[in-house]
Design a protein around this ligand. Structure first.
Ligand SMILES: *Cc1c(COP(=O)(O)O)cnc(C)c1O
Length: 391
């Protein structure tokens, strides 16, 4: 018999009832060190006092009104994002895949209004992940996500990262945009080199295309800058944001330049929930903490510490781990044993990690993780590696 919850997930045999900072707690009091953060969502850990306060204060005042009316919390969050980034404007939704939907629509509408309606193609890359909507799976294009769900939304051209010749050759009079994650998450924590992002920017400028960065996973302080592309010194025309921006409240956003957004006039897009008072109050509270130079400097310091310890771990256990990869506190351990076995062994040591493609385990701790917790995490990973080599 089918379970009452549609069985689309392979769930671990864990059930948490409480969260405190970097810790997840089961009903019997067993505490797990959380290096998953709800897949880079709980950017400030669990039950951060500033987020609890923002949520409860807003819950007592007003939850939801729809976008038929002005929403001051939404204006405030948009103002903050515009002030902190390349963007001139922001649209709010509830998830990463909805951000993908608008990014695609916005790019196509831009060229439609510019009298180039044939420019509909968006170049994307293998290993990418843009969510599970029809546009999201067509954008990523992997067989695993698309098989059986045809006809797929047309207009995506899939290339391999790191192949500049193929990228040059793929640009035609049908091309509208290049869409890329500056650091691939689901694809196995693969950071796109700065030079490659710069080359994409240059190509878009040369051909009049729009550059779309998907920072749903790598954004909001995760890499030690507010947004990951800042490291490369280039900006996109459109950016997708979600996960960390809500700190656990479902919140997504599309940020854009005035030019890229010019086609999105009244009536062209919308969302019932997107940008509601509750979500935006929490989003503002997240940004108050993360968009702070001192906080980001701490993320970088802790990321350096964690990376150094992980390099040591890999050197100690070359039969289990191959390399450390990633940026900031978006780290991956490429495994030599099966990555799912490492994640499962983690559960036995009360440690949460997240698998990714390319046989990688992801370490995406709350950005608020302490030095002691980093040391404890590496101690547990060491014990896990010992278990796996003894077995
Ligand atoms: C998680 C993710 C998405 C999809 O976000 P949802 O909120 O699950 O729809 C899109 N892009 C990237 C890079 C992601 O990591």
């Amino acid at each position: 018999m089918i379970p009452s919850v549609l069985p689309t997930y392979n769930r671990a045999p864990l059930t948490f009832v409480k969260g405190e900072g970097t810790w997840l707690i089961e009903a019997d009091g067993r505490r797990f060190l959380d290096l998953g953060a709800g897949i880079a969502v709980n950017a400030l850990g669990h039950a951060h006092p500033a987020l609890v306060k923002a949520l409860t204060d807003q819950a007592q005042a007003l939850w939801h009104t729809s976008n038929l009316y002005h929403i001051p919390q939404q204006d405030a969050l948009a103002d903050r994002l515009v002030a902190e980034t390349f963007a001139d404007t922001a649209f709010f939704c509830n998830s990463g895949t909805e951000a993908c939907e608008l990014a695609v629509k916005m790019a196509r509408k831009y060229f439609y209004d510019a009298g180039q309606p044939e420019r509909v193609e968006i170049i994307t890359f293998s290993g990418s992940f843009h969510g599970r909507s029809s546009a999201g799976i067509a954008a990523a294009g992997s067989e695993k996500m698309t098989k059986g769900f045809g006809p797929l939304l047309p207009g995506f051209v899939h290339l391999d990262l790191g192949d500049s010749e193929a990228l040059n050759a793929a640009i035609s009079d049908k091309t509208a945009a290049i869409m890329v994650e500056p650091v691939q998450g689901e694809g196995g924590i693969r950071a796109v080199p700065d030079a490659e992002l710069q080359q994409m920017r240059a190509l878009c400028d040369e051909h009049g295309l729009l550059l779309i960065f998907d920072e749903v996973q790598c954004g909001v302080g995760r890499t030690g800058r507010l947004f990951a592309h800042e490291w490369a010194g280039v900006t996109p025309d459109i950016m997708m944001v979600a996960k960390g921006i809500g700190g656990g409240f479902p919140l997504g956003a599309v940020l854009a330049t005035e030019k890229a957004a010019s086609g999105m006039t009244a009536g062209t897009h919308g969302s019932t929930y997107g940008g509601n008072p509750l979500g935006c109050a929490v989003g503002c509270a997240v940004l108050d903490v993360v968009a702070d130079e001192a906080f980001l400097a701490e993320v970088n310091r802790k990321a350096g510490l964690m990376r150094q310890r992980l390099e040591g771990l890999v050197a100690e256990h070359p039969e289990v781990f191959e390399e450390v990869r990633g940026a900031g506190l978006m780290l991956g351990l490429k495994c030599k044993v099966v990555n799912a076995d490492v994640v499962a062994a983690g559960y036995a040591h009360d440690l949460i990690t997240v698998p990714a493609a390319d046989n990688v385990i992801r370490l995406l701790p709350p950005l608020t993780i302490s030095d002691d917790e980093i040391a404890e995490a590496v101690t547990r990973l060491d014990a896990i590696a010992r278990d796996l080599t003894q077995a």
